[in-house]
Design a protein around this ligand. Structure first.
Ligand SMILES: O=C(O)c1ccccc1NCC(=O)[C@H](O)[C@H](O)COP(=O)(O)O
Length: 267
């Protein structure tokens, strides 16, 4: 039986084929002509921060692992709260089937905040890179386990040409080794390495993943720790490991008072 990541990616490829019959690549290209440069997501998430790390706060309504996370879901209100609390960037889940997200949330959030916005989806096709830029995203996620290395590189190049930052996500050592020469600036454009503590094939979470994989990298490689951050203790642990940023969704979105939870975790 296919694991959840394989299943999501297969569905995504079908969905993209469908959407391409409604909007062509040329139409997307026409939409992005004259758009201003992207906000600098790379700088926002790698800069020195008095807090000890930067925060990418995620607008997340539901997920395969948790089901419905927030019933009274207002992406713009949540993003504004994050920005008021001091988030350095906002991540917006746009996958509809598994996360109850929408592409429109990127456009809405981008207009409502001043920090850079990451489009979080399962990007497997060049068409989606253009779609992300047209929607106003400043950065996209590319998951190494969802793409053959050649395709990952092609999508990174396309993203760079469009001034998007790429968050390249890995969960295991083999994927890390195959992508680590692509991370940083400026040879391949702006890119940051995301280490996902969630195994997307089993959905189990282990915060040790970040320290284990980060130990295989030079200290100056910019790393974002993703998923599974629940407590102030978790945040302190990641600061100790030396990551530049943390990506956090569920713990904030499931709390009735998001600002209170943000302050508890990040001060
Ligand atoms: O969150 C899931 O259940 C999930 C399942 C399958 C594929 C991806 C999944 N999540 C995507 C993410 O990477 C997280 O939304 C993000 O890192 C934030 O994680 P968390 O703070 O644990 O919500």
């Amino acid at each position: 039986m296919a694991n959840i990541l394989d299943q999501i990616v297969a569905d995504k490829r079908r969905e993209v084929r469908d959407r391409q019959t409604q909007v062509s690549l040329d139409q997307l290209k026409a939409r992005i002509v004259g758009l201003p440069r992207c906000r600098n997501f790379y700088k926002a998430v790698t800069k020195p921060n008095r807090r000890g790390l930067n925060v990418i706060a995620e607008v997340k309504k539901a997920s395969p692992s948790a089901g419905l996370i927030r019933a009274d879901f207002d992406p713009v209100a949540i993003a504004r709260t994050y920005e008021r609390c001091g988030a350095d960037a906002i991540s917006v889940l746009t996958d509809e089937k598994y996360f109850q997200g929408k592409l429109e949330y990127v456009e809405q959030v981008k207009q409502a905040v001043e920090v850079p916005v990451l489009r979080k989806d399962f990007i497997v096709d060049l068409w989606q890179v253009y779609e992300s830029r047209a929607a106003g995203a400043d950065a996209i996620l590319l998951i190494a386990d969802a793409l053959p290395p050649g395709e990952l590189m092609d999508l990174m190049i396309a993203a760079t040409e469009l001034t998007l930052t790429v968050l390249v996500e890995v969960h295991q050592a083999d994927a890390l080794l195959s992508v680590r020469s692509l991370i940083g600036f400026p040879e391949h454009g702006y890119s940051v390495l995301g280490i996902n503590n969630r195994d997307l094939t089993t959905m189990t979470v282990d915060l040790n993943t970040t320290s284990r994989l980060k130990g295989m990298l030079d200290d100056d490689v910019p790393v974002v720790a993703e998923s599974g951050v629940r407590t102030r203790g978790d945040v302190e642990r990641l600061i100790g490991v030396g990551v530049r940023a943390v990506l956090i969704g569920q713990t904030l979105c499931e709390h009735s008072d998001i600002a209170e939870k943000f302050a508890e975790l990040f001060g």
